[in-house]
Design a protein around this ligand. Structure first.
Ligand code: NAD
Ligand code: 13P
Length: 346
């Protein structure tokens, strides 16, 4: 039939929350989508049971999104090739450090990906190699040979999954993609705006995690609202300038007007995991690795790796000093610079 089949790759907190929305919309639009939505779950044992069995029997992802009831047409599946079989809609939402493994698994056997498939990436991060930087949307497009859109917004996973009203932005390479992704995700409490700016959406989502670390450091230093507001403003400016400097076709309005820009920056700097772990980093002096393990129960920080990747790229290009906030976050996180130096000379 001409119906789309939806596959979700990644079942962390955001993967599970997005899968819930897509599965509810599959039921809402039965003429467009197959009702069954498959969710790739990297198998693990939870209290002696397989996580896939827990999800399929209790309709809860007790490990990554506890307390949220999932629709019964969402089916957890441990094998990647089973998840993407015949899927024409693929949602990529692994933590960014695991994407390469997933892509090599998907491309190992030709024909694993349906030739007409369209992909959206909800992954926040960047890919750096020497003096080159690219988005995960473009990496996926190149490796899988499918068009790839980018979804990003002010979307703390648990709040979204609880049905609290929010918005998101989807950057799409064509108007066909925009229509499709709107149908997959738009819901009364999850309002989608589509834009043409795939790079702007990808980069705002990635770079705000570096600013969120700075916001958490401000909290750890017990500085107040004025300082945090200054960090957000300077951060937004560096995010925008960086993206305009190194990427084509970017619109500054994605940063100033979209959920993916200013709104995501605000929510993450107040309620996100990067903020929380950076506050703990300043208060305890432990490494981010230790803090991630202690506080996040298997969830993954994206901001620390992004701070390192962005710094490596800017250093290779010889212009790290043009982005002083990004540079400070990197040096405090990885090179022993005292956190109190964060705002010195900004
Ligand atoms: P998460 O932080 O909850 O991480 C857990 C996921 O990582 C699980 O699916 C687990 O199976 C997987 N994982 C752990 N070790 C792995 C390995 N070795 N190989 C492969 N997979 C492994 O994940 P998340 O919150 O769903 O984040 C995915 C992406 O979505 C990130 O880029 C994140 O920035 C973005 N995002 C997250 C949120 C949020 O609120 N959680 C909101 C918007 C965007
Ligand atoms: P954290 O990873 O810092 O929790 O941010 C989540 C997010 O991206 C919200 O949009």
């Amino acid at each position: 039939s001409g119906k789309h089949r939806i596959a979700v790759i990644g079942s962390g907190s955001w993967g599970t929350a997005l899968a819930k929305i897509a599965a509810e919309n599959a039921l809402r639009h039965p003429s467009r989508f197959h009702s069954e939505v498959r969710l790739w779950v990297r198998q693990k044992q939870v209290n002696g049971k397989k996580l896939t069995d827990v999800i399929n029997k209790t309709h809860m992802n007790s490990n990554y999104l506890p307390g949220v009831l999932l629709p019964e047409n969402l089916v957890a599946t441990p094998k990647l090739s089973d998840v993407v079989k015949d899927a024409t809609i693929i949602i990529m939402v692994t933590p960014h450090q695991f994407l390469h493994t997933v892509i090599s698994e998907l491309t190992r056997i030709p024909g694993t990906i349906h030739p007409g498939a369209r992909v959206v990436s909800a992954i926040k991060g960047v890919e750096v190699e020497g003096t080159n930087i690219s988005t995960f949307a473009s990496l996926i497009e190149k490796e899988l040979g499918t068009p790839c859109s980018a979804l990003s917004g002010a979307n703390i996973a648990l709040e979204v999954a609880q049905g609290q009203f929010c918005e998101t932005t989807i950057g799409c390479p064509s108007s066909d993609d925009a229509k499709l992704w709107h149908a997959v995700f738009d819901a009364p409490t999850f309002r989608v705006n589509t834009v043409e700016d795939v790079n702007g959406v990808s980069l705002s989502g990635a770079l705000k995690n570096v600013v969120a670390l700075a916001a958490g450091m401000v909290d750890g230093l017990r500085l107040g609202g004025n300082t945090k507001a200054a960090i957000l403003r300077i951060g937004l400016q560096e995010m925008t300038n960086f993206t305009l400097e190194f990427f084509d076709g970017v619109q500054a309005a994605t940063f100033s007007n979209e959920s993916a820009g200013i709104a995501d920056l605000i929510t993450t700097c107040y309620g996100g995991r990067n903020r929380k772990c950076a506050e703990e980093f300043v208060k305890t002096g432990h490494s981010f690795e230790v803090i991630e393990r202690r506080l996040l129960n298997g969830q993954k920080l994206q901001g620390t790796a992004t701070a390192e990747e962005v710094n490596r790229f800017l250093t290779a290009r010889g212009c790290a000093d043009k982005y002083p906030l990004f540079e400070k976050v990197f040096k405090i996180s990885f090179e022993g610079m005292p956190p109190s130096q964060l705002v010195k000379g900004l």
